[in-house]
Design a protein around this ligand. Structure first.
Ligand SMILES: Cc1cc2nc3c(=O)[nH]c(=O)nc-3n(C[C@H](O)[C@H](O)[C@H](O)COP(=O)(O)OP(=O)(O)OC[C@H]3O[C@@H](n4cnc5c(N)ncnc54)[C@H](O)[C@@H]3O)c2cc1C
Length: 384
C-alpha cells in the first residue's frame, strides 16, 4: 500500500514550505517532497535578504496581499523566535515619471498607505549616502524593509514539522499522475497517494508544469556584496533604508543596509537584466566585468558603496510573460492540483500569504484573497 496523505507539496523552498505550514496548521496530513536539503542555495530563496514594501509599483492589486503578508511575517517571528523581517524603511527613487516612483505613488495613494515624497535635496539630507541627480525624487515608506529568506524557510519548516507534516528532503518527485479522486506521486524511493497536490517548483516550473501552457523563462541573477569606503557605519539598518533606484534608461538597481556584521559589507543587485538559463546550466561563477558593471552603476547613486568587492552569488528568477504571479487551481486538473509559480523576481515578500492561499485552494477549492491577477488564462488564452 502506498502511504496516503491529504495533501502532497512539491518543493519546500519559499512557497512550498509556507504551504506545508499553513496546510498542517489546519490539521491536514501533509507530505512535503524537496529535491535538495532544507534551506539550500540552489533555487531562488537564498542570499540573506529580500526587499519588502507595500507601495507596490508593479500593481496596486498586490497591496491587500502585502498587508496580510506583513501580519503573517509578524506571527511567524512570534511563533518561532526567528528574525524574519527588519523594517528599516525604504526609498523608491528615480525621476517622478519612472515606474519605480510613479507606480509606488499610485499604490500608496490608492490604498492610503503612509508615505512621504522627497525631492533630491531632501533625499541627500535624510540619507547622506545617497547622491541623487537634481531631477530625481523618492517615495519613502517607513514600513518598507527586508525579510530574510533562509530564516523564513527554516521557520516554516520548523512549524510544519511541529504540526506533524512529513517533510522528505533529498527526495525529488520524478513524476505524478491522476489517481482515483486525487493524485499518485512517484520518487526514486517510493510512491505516495493524496487527495490534493500542491506544486511549488520555483525555477523547475518549465519541466514540472508543461501542461499549464505558460511560457516561463528562467533568468540568472547576481547578488553582490561590497565593503563601503569609510566603513559600514552609515550603512547599518539603523541608518540606512532599502532602496530601488531606476535610472533615466529604466535600469533598476536595488540594495540593502549592511546587516551581516562588521566587515561583511552590504548587498546590491540589478532588479532585472539577467541572462536566460536553466537550473541545470546556470553559470554560478560571477565574472570581473559583471562586478565592474555593478560597481559603476550603483556608484552613480551611492558613491561610497562599491569600495571593495567582497563576494557575489547567483540566484534564479522564474519569469511569467507579464511578470505577474501564477497562483491557481491547475486548469487541467481543477479538482486535485494547485500551482504557485512564475514569481518573476518579486515573490519572496509574499511567501506567507501565498502559503495561506495555497492552503485555501487545496483544502477549500477557493480563497478569499484577491488573486484574479494570478490566473494563468491571461497568458494562455488563444488569440482572437
Ligand atoms: C537574486 C534574487 C533577488 C530577489 N529579490 C527579491 C526581493 O527583493 N523581494 C522579493 O519579494 N522577492 C525577491 N526575489 C524573488 C523571490 O526570492 C522568489 O520569488 C521566491 O524565492 C520564489 O520562491 P519559490 O518557492 O517559487 O522557489 P524556491 O524557493 O526556489 O523553491 C522551489 C523548490 O522546488 C524544489 N523542487 C524543484 N523540483 C522539484 C521536484 N521535482 N521535487 C521536489 N522538489 C523540487 C527546489 O529544489 C526548490 O527548493 C528575488 C530572487 C532572486 C533570485
Amino acid at each position: 500500500m502506498s502511504p496516503t496523505y491529504d495533501v502532497i507539496v512539491i518543493g519546500l523552498g519559499g512557497m512550498g514550505s509556507a504551504a506545508a505550514h499553513h496546510l498542517s496548521a489546519r490539521g491536514a496530513r501533509v507530505l512535503g517532497l524537496e529535491k535538495f536539503g532544507p534551506v539550500h542555495n540552489r533555487g531562488s530563496s537564498h542570499g540573506g535578504s529580500r526587499i519588502t514594501r507595500q507601495s507596490y509599483f508593479e500593481d496596486p492589486a498586490y497591496v491587500p496581499l502585502l498587508l496580510r503578508a506583513y501580519e503573517l511575517y509578524d506571527r511567524l517571528e512570534r511563533d518561532t523566535g526567528r528574525a524574519v523581517a527588519t523594517l528599516c524603511g525604504g526609498v523608491m527613487l528615480g525621476r517622478p515619471e519612472s515606474r519605480a516612483v510613479s507606480g509606488a505613488r499610485l499604490s500608496a495613494e490608492q490604498w492610503g498607505l503612509p508615505h512621504e515624497m522627497l525631492d533630491a535635496k531632501e533625499i541627500r539630507r535624510r540619507f547622506p549616502t545617497l547622491a541623487p541627480r537634481d531631477d530625481e525624487v523618492a517615495l519613502y515608506e517607513a514600513r518598507a524593509g527586508l525579510v530574510r529568506p533562509e530564516n523564513t524557510v527554516a521557520a516554516h519548516v520548523q512549524l510544519a514539522t511541529r504540526q506533524g507534516a512529513d517533510l522528505h528532503f533529498e527526495e525529488p518527485m520524478t513524476r505524478w499522475e491522476p489517481y482515483r479522486d486525487g493524485v499518485r506521486v512517484h520518487t526514486a524511493e517510493n510512491t505516495y497517494t493524496a487527495g490534493q497536490l500542491v506544486i511549488c517548483p520555483g525555477a523547475w516550473a518549465p519541466g514540472l508544469l508543461t501542461d499549464l501552457g505558460v511560457p516561463f523563462t528562467i533568468e540568472r541573477q547576481v547578488m553582490y556584496w561590497f565593503l563601503p569606503t569609510g566603513g559600514e557605519r552609515p550603512f547599518t539598518a539603523e541608518n540606512h533604508p532599502v532602496y530601488i533606484w531606476e535610472d533615466a534608461e529604466g535600469v533598476q538597481v536595488y540594495g540593502f543596509p549592511a546587516i551581516d556584521g562588521p566587515g561583511l559589507g552590504a548587498k546590491v543587485a540589478f532588479f532585472r537584466k539577467g541572462t536566460p538559463c536553466t537550473p541545470e546550466t546556470i553559470e554560478r561563477t560571477v565574472h570581473d566585468d559583471e562586478v565592474a558593471a555593478m560597481a559603476e552603476q550603483v556608484g552613480r547613486l551611492i558613491p561610497d558603496l562599491p569600495g571593495r568587492f567582497l563576494k557575489a552569488a547567483t540566484c534564479m528568477y522564474t519569469n511569467s510573460p507579464d511578470e505577474h504571479f501564477v497562483v491557481t487551481r491547475h486548469p487541467a486538473h481543477p479538482g486535485s492540483v494547485t500551482v504557485a509559480a512564475g514569481f518573476s523576481g518579486h515573490g519572496f515578500k509574499f511567501v506567507p500569504v501565498v502559503g495561506e492561499i495555497l492552503a485555501d485552494l487545496a483544502l477549500d477549492g477557493v480563497t478569499g484573497h484577491p488573486i484574479d491577477l494570478f490566473d494563468p488564462s491571461r497568458l494562455t488564452a488563444a488569440p482572437a
